[in-house]
Design a protein around this ligand. Sequence first.
Ligand SMILES: *Cc1c(COP(=O)(O)O)cnc(C)c1O
Length: 394
Amino acid sequence: MFECAPTMRDDPTVPADARFETRAIHIGQDYRSETGAVIPPIYMTSTFETGNPGSFDYTRSGNPNFRNLQTTLASLENAKHATIFASGVSAITAIAFGLKAGDTIISEQNIYGCTYRLFERVLRKFGVSIQYVDLANPDNYGLIAEQKPALLWLESPTNPLLKILDIRALADVAHSVGTAVVVDNTFASSLLQKPLDLGADLSLLSTTKYTNGHSDALGGAVCSNTDEWQEKMIFAQKALGLQPSPFDTWLTSRGAKTEALRMERHNANALTLATRLEAHPRVKSVRYPFLPSHPQYDLAKKQMTGGSGMMLADFGHTQEGALAFIRRLHLFTQAESLGGIESLVCHPATMTHASVPKDVREAAGITDGLIRFSVGIEHVEDLWIDIERALAVG
Ligand SMILES: *Cc1c(COP(=O)(O)O)cnc(C)c1O
């Protein structure tokens, strides 16, 4: 009689040359071998017995779910390390609170609104000074060499204007004067842009967006290639109390497994809609990084492998007209945030940038007619019909 006692795989090690799609599914799947659970469970525990093999002590400073997601994200960003936080803003806090009174940040001027608020309303109180510069213009690079800031804060593509910054060129300038470079990689996603490969010291993600991709959990991450930065991030996670919940972390781990598939559809849908809108007679302007009309199209093509799902359009509406257009849409929900499987639409002038005075907003290019789309992964023809129908009225 042939007997075969079942055993688990001889070696579950993921091949070192496995690609993004494979690593997203197989890297960071630990703490399950005892049961054979195909998916690691959620470790809903605040504390751990002293002397355990994983050296866990208290969830604020580490949890199996954190370690799994950190391993996954480090792999997806081609980084040595990743540390996760409760939100993207927590990740920003972790970096910002490594600074001290007297330090300077030079920041791209068109950054995420909550980053700006944290810099202006919180960091300034602690004696950190921040200068905002248009870093899409190389004429302004000189300021970095002149000021030698502690940090250079980049975001690319930017929110909401989708400006593209030359990460490699800016990192070279910054490193020549010992400045550390942070790139907020949220709009691009880990699949489409690798800031550390382009020379950045830190890549920051709001995992709330494309990493998780399902609009059901908040989270943030900071990725780096040095042990010094990793120590600072782990310290911030526990000392500032910036840790996520094991449940949200588990959801984000689940979301990350499909990041490549989702991003491919986000890219394809957004490029199709942007291309068709640009040819539409009612449209004043469309901005999308992978449209040849984008002012930094060549740079976008060089440092990103896809245009992502964010698109801007101006249909020549007044503020009321733009809001009425938004209400006529059936499939795009008016909401802040982005990067989920469902399509969203936002009116920056009255939503994300409502607190910015009108003249400042308009000078920055955020006009009343501007509409921001987070293009989801629905069927592109359904999305197109929806936009076309809403445009045909009024
Ligand atoms: C959403 C977002 C953040 C903040 O992330 P939260 O998870 O909402 O705290 C930071 N940067 C960018 C570019 C974002 O889109």
